[in-house]
Write a protein that binds this ligand. Structure first.
Ligand code: SF4
Length: 197
């Protein structure tokens, strides 16, 4: 392992510890476990979802319920192994009753943690899962309906927006679109991504 990579791994561990302690927004008060996300520094692809659900809150791991099984199927379509990608959420603590994270919670968590994770992982491509993840990574100027499945850029990084796996599980139309998007991801990876290592 290079020294730079070891330093990034150490910094990601520090971020992880910080998330476990964090009470910067109201979501910190109601969680069982914060869910920082997981994956290697230098992962080629980073996935940003929405928020932990009940299973994630209980385990501290991202996408570990049925939506996680679905996501694994999509990863296989893109010929990606879960251990090779970094997966996190827009907020790291479960909103009560599985409500959507509020604007101030999203802003606080983005500034405190997500931006730093993006810097440290430095993925060649970010895949956003759902509208909340898209807005968290690329700002409010895009709607998922407009940009889904297309490559856009945010803060100089390529971003591929797709739907959230929970929607893919429920709606056949969304499932078909997600399969197309993960096929697009496979092709992008096969063609070689610009990488900021
Ligand atoms: S959601 Fe993010 S900002 Fe809010 S308490 Fe959890 S880790 Fe901290």
């Amino acid at each position: 392992m290079t020294r730079a990579r070891a330093e990034r791994e150490q910094a990601l561990t520090t971020v992880r510890r910080g998330i476990f302690q964090c009470r910067k927004c109201r979501l910190g008060a109601g969680r069982h476990h914060a869910v920082p996300g997981e994956g290697p520094p230098g992962a080629q692809v980073m996935f940003v979802g929405e928020a932990p659900g009940a299973r994630e809150d209980a385990s501290g791991r991202p996408f570990c319920g049925r939506a996680g099984v679905y996501l694994d199927r999509m990863l296989a379509l893109a010929e990606l192994d879960r251990g090779a990608v970094f997966i996190t959420g827009s907020v790291k603590c479960r909103p009560p009753g599985n409500r959507e994270p509020r604007r101030d919670e999203l802003a606080t968590c983005r500034e405190a943690w997500l931006k730093r994770q993006l810097e440290l992982v430095a993925p060649g491509l970010v895949v956003t899962l759902g509208g909340v993840g898209l807005a968290q990574v690329a700002g409010p100027d895009h709607t998922l309906a407009e940009v889904r499945g297309s490559l856009i850029h945010a803060d100089g990084r390529p971003v591929l927006p797709t739907y959230h796996p929970a929607a893919g599980m429920r709606f056949p139309r969304v499932a078909r679109a997600m399969e197309q998007d993960f096929e697009t991801l496979r092709r992008l990876l096969a063609a070689g991504l610009p990488r900021d290592r």
